[in-house]
Ligand binder design. Structure first.
Ligand code: PA5
Length: 451
């Protein structure tokens, strides 16, 4: 397995609020019923995100399409939001053309650049559209529902610009959407636009292994077979009730217990890696949107995820984590080895005393030491934390990591007694936004502030 979870600092005696060996055994037997319920639901087809074999035919279409347009585009632009954007962003940052992946980018010479236009701030949309050459750009309109306002607005704009430039839509646009529902499917059928399906039983934030994530990944040369192989490994492990095998279960149990028994309801995800940094906002959406809602008794429950970055946020949020309210857990995300490291040059004689601790070290050593020291210091202050590590940031490990966190979320849903697959609050927000545009302020009532 390319993933490792070190949860020593979530347990007693490392932190006083952590479970003892006896309590851990009790939690393990509690997990048996959670696991049975999840497996039962899986058999009834609820967890499409883990049905990787069922998606093999669509995945083959994705790969064939990516091959068929190889060399035709310099830029691939995702138009999507939330679960239809965050996975592609996490994959791009981890595995392709970013300034911190320069060496990987060189190896990927000739592959198009991937952009994700998530927000609808006109300033950034205007600037970004100006920066691509439409004749060499492929736009992916990604929307499970096929009707989200932000994505539809972006689609209308891009469509109008392509038409104005006399460029064929069927060549410069592809859709990813529900197999039957929504506005995009009939447009695709009518206009011959290539369209790929998100299975009906996979929601936005769980869709990274469907064409939502796999199409942009394949188009920019990410090894989707390796991503899926890593994900499959976690699916196999999730078949086990044994906590020594099923690490996603350990993650869920410890986070849920820290929250519900000790009020540690703020769950910080802190990668110590620029390549893994966008997995934190992807996880934040998954954890928040899946778990923050009314439970089976109607009580409002749910942890609050926070995305942070090491070592940068040691000089920012860490003060709060160390000495602020004891209401948090911290999960560090680390790489055990990295493709690139840099030696820190020997300090000149005048600085050899003060900077001697850097002598013979690399930047990777510095980053790793800072992470280990932070974990130890938090534990010393009684603050629970755990370290989730990958051997190295490659497609297989990233695939495993994303699937691990999706399983952890589903287990946490069962523990919090919520449906981790729905998002009634988000849907209500979408309706309110439409009403606001259609009817103006009347639909939202009075009571507005102005300064
Ligand atoms: O996870 C979710 O369900 C949401 O974040 C959606 O992904 C987001 O609202 C976009 O929806 P859609 O893909 O239908 O355009």
């Amino acid at each position: 397995m390319t993933l490792h979870l070190d949860f020593t600092n979530m347990m007693a005696p490392a932190v006083p609020t952590g479970p003892t060996e006896d309590e851990w055994r009790a939690l393990a037997s509690r997990f048996e019923s959670v696991h049975q319920a999840v497996e039962r639901d899986a058999l009834s087809g609820r967890y499409g995100f883990a049905e990787l074999d069922a998606q093999a035919a669509e995945q083959a279409r994705v790969v064939a399409y990516a091959e068929s347009v190889r060399g035709a585009f310099d830029d691939v632009v995702v138009l999507g939001i939330g679960g239809s954007a965050l996975g592609a962003t996490a994959l791009r940052t981890a595995l392709c053309d970013t300034d911190w992946n320069a060496r990987t980018a060189a190896a990927r010479a000739g592959q198009p650049r991937l952009h994700v236009y998530e927000n609808v701030d006109p300033r950034s949309i205007a600037a970004r559209l100006d920066s691509v050459e439409f004749a060499r750009t492929l736009f992916l309109v990604i929307s499970k529902s096929g009707g989200t306002a932000e994505t539809m607005a972006q689609y209308l704009l891009v469509r109008a610009r392509l038409e104005a430039a006399g460029l064929p839509l069927a060549r410069h646009v592809a859709f990813v959407t529900d197999p039957t529902r929504g506005l995009l499917r009939p447009i695709a059928d009518r206009e011959g636009i290539p369209v790929f399906s998100v299975p009906a039983n996979v929601g936005g934030r769980y869709s990274v292994f469907t064409p939502v994530g796999m199409l942009p990944a394949a188009l920019v040369g990410i090894d989707t077979a390796a991503l899926l192989a890593g994900a499959r490994e976690v699916v196999q492990r999730a078949a086990s009730q044994n906590l020594a095998v099923n690490g996603a279960a350990v993650f869920a149990l410890l986070q849920w217990r820290a929250h519900t028994r000790h009020g540690h309801g703020i769950h910080v995800m802190m990668p110590y890696s620029d390549a893994l940094r966008d997995i934190a906002p992807w996880f934040a959406q998954l954890w928040a949107e899946s778990l923050g809602k009314a439970d089976a008794d109607g009580t409002a429950v749910g942890p609050t995820p926070v995305a942070a970055l090491g070592a940068t946020d040691q000089h920012s949020q860490l003060q709060l984590y160390m000495q602020g309210p004891a209401d948090k857990t911290v999960t560090f995300l680390v790489e055990r080895s990295r493709a690139t490291d840099l030696a820190i040059p020997e300090p000149p004689p005048g600085l050899a005393g003060e900077l001697g601790y850097l002598s013979g070290r690399s930047f990777g050593d510095l980053l790793d030491a800072e992470q280990r020291a932070t974990a130890a210091a938090l534990a010393h202050a009684g603050r629970p934390n755990q370290t989730l590590s990958v051997d190295q940031t490659d497609a297989r490990a990233v695939g495993g990591l994303l699937m691990f966190l999706m399983y952890a979320t589903v287990y946490a849903g069962a523990l919090y007694r919520v449906d981790p697959l729905n998002q009634p609050g988000v849907e209500a927000g979408k309706l309110l936004a439409r009403a606001e545009l259609a009817d103006g302020v009347r639909s939202l009532g009075s009571g507005r502030w102005a300064v």
